[in-house]
Design a binder for this molecule. Sequence first.
Ligand SMILES: C[S@@+](CC[C@H](N)C(=O)[O-])C[C@H]1O[C@@H](n2cnc3c(N)ncnc32)[C@H](O)[C@@H]1O
Length: 276
Amino acid sequence: MPIDKYSVLHVKITDGEYIKYREIIYETTGIELKENKHNLIESRLMKRLRYYNMSSYSEYYQLVLKDRTELQLMINQVTTNETSFFRENKHFDYLVRRILPEVNEQLRIWSAASSIGVEAYTIAMVVDEVLSIRHLPFEILASDINIDVLSQAKQAVYDIKFSKNIPDNYLRQYCLKGVGDMQNKFAIKDYLKNKLSFAQINLTKPISPNVGKFDIIFLRNVLIYFDIQTKQNVVKHVLQHLKPNGYFFIGHSESLFNISDEVVQVMPTVYQKVVL
Ligand SMILES: C[S@@+](CC[C@H](N)C(=O)[O-])C[C@H]1O[C@@H](n2cnc3c(N)ncnc32)[C@H](O)[C@@H]1O
């Protein structure tokens, strides 16, 4: 039943509706919502209800069930995409000091839950600075389940506040400051952008062999959203794409304890694939 905009603002999600959303979100993304996240789901999906002028979360749920495009739009709303350039900077130090000096051929790197792409561009800046001097090529795959953040990653235009963690020399070399209408934005230069490719990959499902193998994989700040079984599955899927002796980075608040024995720790949150 269509209702006026003012009423839509006040639609509340019922306990029964919340349980249904929790289940479908878990099945499709692996994200485990706690029992008390009603407000979060209510506020994130409110936009979609308003868009359709719907009077209940059940009505929207029925649409999500029958329309795959709407299911994707719902997923885009419910993922948490917080990220920043040079986040957990110790990882990039390790890359520069311990990994890149050993490299003597083309490098393939995967940012496996890349959000809006700033993790992948951080890796690109750090790697390019070292490998371009040695004329060694590299490529980076940035993937995510959320197609909105992937399209932002492809555009590579960010609000100026995102630049605060980027060292000046990298800003000068790899970024362009916006002017006029764009003065509050900056862009990644094409030279660096061209090192990246983009794909929608749901890490909870088997990953296509076409994705290929990588020397280094970043899987940071996504395992925290999963239960233990999903963590084990995701790490197993992802590690199938890591070359022997390849490096694996997870977020600083994450752990592989009881998750995988295919890798050994080389420093906290950095692992290397065991060669059998
Ligand atoms: C908090 S962000 C982390 C971004 C970046 N790795 C970092 O550490 O700054 C988590 C990302 O994981 C993505 N994500 C959640 N579930 C996923 C899944 N099943 N498959 C792939 N990506 C997923 C979300 O869309 C989100 O962009």
